[in-house]
Design a protein around this ligand. Structure first.
Ligand code: NAD
Ligand code: MG
Length: 384
């Protein structure tokens, strides 16, 4: 029996790599749902290649083009945001790969869990915003969440066979991004094209900017806290520029496990799809002789203040991570359009975290409200 995969966000960096993994193992997997926001051309090409049950195009203006292009096939075509949720509720798949970027990924992921589907989670914002509710749903419905984010996949892999053993701490490694070692006077004048050049990973624009500001590592601390049921002080970060050690678990007895490999998202993607098995592939292998050194240093949180803000959100909890995430999405969007500078992003996020009302035990609708309010607030100070 093939595992039937629904890829939410199939046209993105993660989504296309999920399809590469599926294409390499047609005997193991089929693609049943593909979704995209704007890129109708790629969605059509993917649909013609993988012959899914359903495709969803978020942007309703592109519905006619997709429908027309697939008219000779039995593929069902839907459009709009509501269709995304409706598709997630259809019982035609075994695992959802949550590869939408940002808050928009929350609702379909929650629906998949509610339906008892397993979720391969790339969309970290889902756990940043509403980690308590999402993890509770996963437990209640016995719907496993398998991390795809490389650091969390690393921790997950280190924890196989360790269910009864207590974790002392986890260490999330960070490449440091393109501006490692730089100071604020340099960052002041950084432009989008420079910030989009990540040294080790090719990813979507939003996460690439998050990596340059270290917000990505902040989001990942919160993601790890929920995925592995940790206290905030059990989650640490460490700069490791080569991105070979993907993360580390230290157990109660002081023993340390690390998961290593070349920086290639196809490996954690494949692992999430095949878990608990490992499947042979032809990805390039890491050679211990090159690079000859693996380096580690503490992150510079005075320069990269987003990481300090995210640590505060992690520690205080409630709706603060949700507020931070929403303000960050708006700030990154504005930076990518050259509307604000690199360091302004942090000021926008900090202002939102200070101004918006704190809720200690938010409901799901509180999270939606906080997200909307924080977006409006951030947009108003940027004058978007
Ligand atoms: P991307 O921008 O390349 O792709 C995003 C996908 O989501 C596209 O298919 C797009 O059509 C869809 N999408 C965008 N906005 C949408 C909306 N409002 N509603 C519905 N669909 C929408 O992003 P990516 O780099 O593939 O990242 C996806 C997620 O995976 C992010 O949460 C990111 O943090 C996480 N992640 C990515 C990588 C990576 O290597 N790219 C690594 C770890 C984690
Ligand atoms: Mg990561």
């Amino acid at each position: 029996m093939k595992k039937r995969i629904a890829i939410f966000g199939s046209t993105g960096s993660i989504g296309t790599q999920v399809l590469e993994v599926i294409a390499a193992h047609p005997e193991l997997f089929s693609a049943e749902i593909l979704t995209a926001q704007h890129n109708d051309e790629l969605l059509i090409a993917q649909a013609l290649q993988f012959n899914p049950n359903i495709v969803v195009i978020g942007d309703e203006k592109r519905y006619a083009a997709v429908k027309q292009a697939l008219s000779a096939t039995p593929i069902k075509v839907f459009a709009g945001e509501a269709a995304l949720s409706e598709a997630a509720a259809i019982d035609c798949y075994d695992m959802m790969v949550a590869a939408i970027v940002g808050f928009a990924g929350l609702r379909p992921t929650l629906i998949a869990l509610s339906e008892g589907k397993s979720v391969g989670l790339a969309n970290k914002e889902t756990l940043v915003v509403a980690g308590d509710i999402v993890m509770q749903k996963s437990v209640e419905k016995r719907a496993p969440i398998i991390p795809i984010d490389s650091e969390h996949s690393a921790i997950f892999q280190c924890l196989v066979g360790e269910t009864r053993n207590k974790i002392e701490k986890v260490i999330l490694t960070a490449s440091g991004g393109p501006f490692l070692g730089k100071k604020p006077n340099f960052l002041l004048n950084v432009k989008r094209d420079h910030a989009l050049q990540h040294p080790n990973w090719r990813m979507g624009a939003k996460i690439t900017i998050d990596s340059a500001t270290l917000m990505n590592k902040g989001l990942e601390m919160i993601e790890a806290r929920w995925l592995f049921n940790l206290q905030p002080d059990q989650v640490q970060t460490l700069i490791h520029p080569q991105s070979i050690i993907h993360s580390v678990v230290q157990f109660e007895d002081g023993s340390i496990k690390a998961q290593m490999g070349l920086p290639d998202m196809k490996l954690p993607i494949q692992y999430a799809l095949t878990f608990p098995n490992r499947v042979k592939n032809d990805f390039p292998r890491y050679d211990f002789r090159k690079p000859s050194q693996l380096n580690f240093e503490d992150p510079d949180i005075k320069t990269f203040r987003n990481l300090a803000l995210a640590t505060e959100a992690l520690n205080r909890g409630g709706n603060l991570p949700c507020i931070m995430n929403a303000a960050n999405e708006i700030a990154v969007f504005a930076f990518l359009r050259n509307r604000i500078g690199f360091l302004d992003m942090t000021d926008v996020i900090e202002a939102a975290m200070e101004k918006l009302p704190f809720i200690e035990k938010p409901s799901l609708s509180d999270y939606y409200e906080s997200d909307g309010e924080a977006r409006n607030f951030a947009a108003s100070i940027i004058k978007l």
